[in-house]
Design a binder for this molecule. Structure first.
Ligand SMILES: [Zn+2]
Length: 526
């Protein structure tokens, strides 16, 4: 093992995290009132981290076992938990912790990856690093909620705005409003209720609708006007059918350094999406991504980064923000969202380039540099690349991106591979969290203030530790190779954790690798 990588094993990583957690000042209210015991915040944080590290399926599951002596021992030897808190104590304590306090721990792990020369293995395209970002949900409930929950009203109505009268109403779903205008007549509004009955609604009954529609046909309504119409009708629906349910949820924007040829990722601290981020998914993600990227730039002012995101991010305000932060980009773009760009490309002479890779796949590119992204910002120029992948069996796939790298035949392949890394945040991160035993969407408890977000951050931290071990720790890699899936490895670790008194992480991994005959673990005799 390279000497500089000694921190990148479970032993080193949990020790460093513990040392970092010790520096977090306990909020004054973190010791639940009226409780005789006073357990340190560090013990609560490390217990929370252990919960996600061992991939317990619920908090209750953790609590049932934690009083057993060997569990207490193992939590102390492996996770530095000196005094094991009860489930309730841990929740109440962590609820008071501002998740931003965990930021330095992420930064410290990142520094370990840098010192251990792991980061440089991710270098790509002119010594940059690709950073993939996307929003994801990690908690949702229709009952439990806290101060920081986002709220979604479901059982919403649908609104159809038509340019001609529908020939038959039965094709519409329940709770649908249909607004249309016959030639030379006034606008009409109908509602299909939950029993699929058709009801006529007077236009004047809905505030502002008459003024907006007066004298106009559908074509003449602007995007903004259509938006207002839909909002007014929704408000009307809500006032008439107030018994709809609400869902409370927590989403976060996550970003990680990725590489086309690597299975592991290096995550950054996720940014919680908060109530005030907006009512639309896109707004929420954009506002949170703005905070994440600017924090990132503040902490790593010189890191050369290329942001790879999906097509919802290809809008001028966002690209300008990236520009200000000195972040390069390769971002998906779709013809539906950028009609003028795709129309322009029809008329423009583009560069074409084609090659084949050893696996028999043909790669065809069409690109042009320095074109306006859209009509409303004619001065904002981007470079555009369109790509077709054609497999031996004739199967074809098509993608398109915009970038601020000047495209040429020499870098088209790299830009394409970089752009496609965007799915890694979904595949290697979110799917791992959801399917590999982290119980990502599980309800671990919600709290009243920060608990839900603190759990979200601790879970990503546990994932970070696992990624670093997977990339750098040969003991972990050997243990991992014993199993078909990571899920089975976690199961084995949990099983040993319950059965034996374990002194060190090395002992634990050696026993997995060499079989239990060789183990240094002592069977529990208490
Ligand atoms: Zn909440």
């Amino acid at each position: 093992m390279k000497a500089s990588r000694k921190h990148l094993s479970a032993k080193g990583l949990f020790r460093s995290i513990y040392d970092q957690f010790k520096k977090i000042k306990a909020p004054t209210s973190s010791s639940p009132a009226g409780r005789p015991e006073k357990i340190k915040l560090t013990d609560c944080l490390m217990s929370g981290l252990a919960l996600f590290s061992l991939k317990f399926s619920s908090l209750l599951n953790f609590d049932e076992r934690k009083n057993e002596d060997r569990i207490k021992n193992n939590l102390r030897t492996l996770f530095h938990v000196n005094q094991t808190p009860s489930d309730t104590y841990m929740r109440e304590c962590l609820d008071e912790v501002d998740p931003a306090q965990l930021r330095k721990t992420y930064k410290m792990l990142f520094a370990h990856a840098q010192k251990g020369k792991l980061l440089e293995e991710y270098e790509y395209l002119d010594n940059h690093y690709l950073i993939a970002g996307d929003g994801t949900g990690f908690f949702s409930s229709d009952k439990v909620h806290c101060d920081n929950c986002c709220i979604k009203t479901y059982g919403k109505c649908r609104i159809k705005l038509l340019s001609i009268a529908p020939s038959n109403f039965s094709r519409f779903k329940k709770n649908t409003y249909i607004l249309f205008k016959k030639p030379e007549q006034h606008w009409e509004l109908y509602f299909i209720n939950s029993d699929k009955e058709i009801m006529k609604i007077e236009i004047w009954a809905i505030e502002g609708l008459q003024e907006l529609l007066a004298g106009k046909i559908k074509k003449q309504l602007s995007k903004a006007e259509k938006e207002i119409i839909k909002n007014q009708i929704s408000a009307y629906y809500q006032s008439h059918y107030p018994n709809q349910k609400e869902t409370y949820y927590h989403n976060m924007f996550c970003a990680a350094i990725v590489h086309p040829d690597k299975k592991t990722v290096i995550p950054f601290m996720p940014e919680p999406i908060i109530k005030t981020d907006g009512s639309k998914k896109n707004d929420c993600e954009r506002n949170a991504s703005k905070r994440l990227y600017s924090d990132l730039r503040r902490e790593h002012p010189h890191l050369k980064l290329i942001v790879v995101e999906d097509a919802i991010a290809s809008n001028v305000p966002h690209l300008k923000e990236l520009n200000v932060l000195n972040l390069r980009y390769i971002i998906g773009v779709k013809s539906g969202d950028h009609k003028s760009l795709f129309e322009l490309l029809q008329k423009t002479e583009c560069n074409e380039y084609q090659h084949q890779t050893e696996n028999g796949v043909s790669h065809r590119y069409r690109y042009v540099n320095n074109v306006p992204l859209n009509d409303s910002h004619p001065d904002f120029k981007v470079n555009f690349i369109e790509y077709w992948e054609i497999k031996k069996n004739g199967e074809a796939q098509h993608f398109s991106w915009i970038t601020d790298f000047t495209i040429n035949d020499g870098n088209a392949y790299q830009i394409m591979k970089g752009g496609r890394c965007n799915w890694k945040i979904e595949n290697e991160t979110f799917n791992t969290l959801k399917n590999q035993g982290y119980h990502f969407s599980h309800n671990f408890g919600h709290g009243y203030k920060h608990l839900c977000n603190v759990f979200g951050m601790l879970m990503m931290l546990a994932f970070f530790v696992d990624q670093l071990q997977q990339a750098c720790c040969h003991l972990f890699q050997k243990a991992r190779n014993k199993f078909h899936s990571k899920r089975s490895l976690w199961e084995e670790i949990r099983c040993l954790f319950f059965k034996y008194l374990i002194e060190t992480w090395d002992d634990l991994f050696h026993s997995i690798i060499n079989g239990h005959d060789d183990i240094v673990l002592k069977p529990n005799t208490s």
